[in-house]
Design a protein around this ligand. Sequence first.
Ligand code: PLP
Length: 406
Amino acid sequence: SPSVFEKVPGAPEDVIFALTSAHKADPFPNKVNLGVGAYRTEEGKPWVLPVVKKAARIMVNDDSLDHEYLPILGQDAFRKAATQLILGADSKALKEGRVGSAQCISGTGAVFTGAQFLARHYPIKGATCYISKPTWANHRAIFEGVGFTVFEYPYWDAKTKGLDLKGMLIIMEMAPAGSIFLLHPCAHNPTGVDPTPDQWRQIADVMAAKNHFAFFDCAYQGFASGDLDKDAFSVRYFVERGFELFVAQSFSKNFGLYSERAGNLTIVAKTPKIKDQIESQIAKAQRAVISNPPAYGSRIVSLVLSDKDLYQEWNQNLKSMANRIIEMRRLLFNELTRLKTPGSWNHIVDQIGMFSFTGLSAPQVKVLKEKYHVYLTDNGRISMAGLNTKNVQYFAQAVDDVVRNH
Ligand code: PLP
């Protein structure tokens, strides 16, 4: 008999994962992968953070650890450490007992868990979710996946290669009251452009006036400035202003724990009772999706965050990643300036975090890939971590060629 699945259409491959496999399969010796947002060393290799290695060794020798199920909402110590990290240990909302949390399948799972909760329980029927234009592609996929209509708010200004604050605020004012706004607290993916503290104040003013709901997706705390507190400014400021909000936190990048799926959804509610109601619904929903989260990555994170010495060491590890990326921005900018590549390239050094939005067009990206074996997404985003002192000149020359000739 014929297959019942005969009519299932094939889906396109994920763009980022496809780039990684294409790069892997390319035999060209000087190939460069600037696609995936994963940290690389000066040698172009993945980096297991020394503090993570240390924590892993402590865990191997800890006979009290076992492989029992974690609770549905995850490991208590991890949830506590994660919420403190984003809100600050002295957060008033924490002290008032109105902050909840759920350990999730990394940042992606935290966005999903929050989105699913909102789809089921957000009181404004037909509320729309607004995402930045552009944003991480999964935002649309996740929110549409749970049933939201997704609109975009302006973010990137192609002319200034900076933030389109005016456009953003206009759409926030025009959106129906109580809309859901997905915000990147720092190191915006893909543009590398963040609002300044004063711009965050203006955003909060409009969001408060319109009763919009803020859903922060924090995948790069510590990666933007190298300073964990500075990178949490926007979230802490919104909490101070009295917003109820969600924060999806990923420890993939700042701990280099990509495959371990350590993430958290922080929930700031008006009262402890409301926090409990939300947490209980999230527990009920999580039980039916993953049952309970994985332990390994969250144990590493909570061990490091709860030990003074390990915490210090982690901060040093983080700073060295952030600083190497900042150094690569400077080198790339210098090379393009030296080559007198047409156009202005200040945005390379002005942008922040893992990514730079170069302004290169899709046809130029195609030439980079086919002629130079340089892999990046069609929107011209490059992962700065893929650059090092050995390939930055090669990359700058390739950019110079495509800008002049394509
Ligand atoms: N959110 C943003 C903006 C991201 O850039 C990423 C990763 O690239 C994630 C969430 C999810 O990361 P993960 O699920 O690997 O922790």
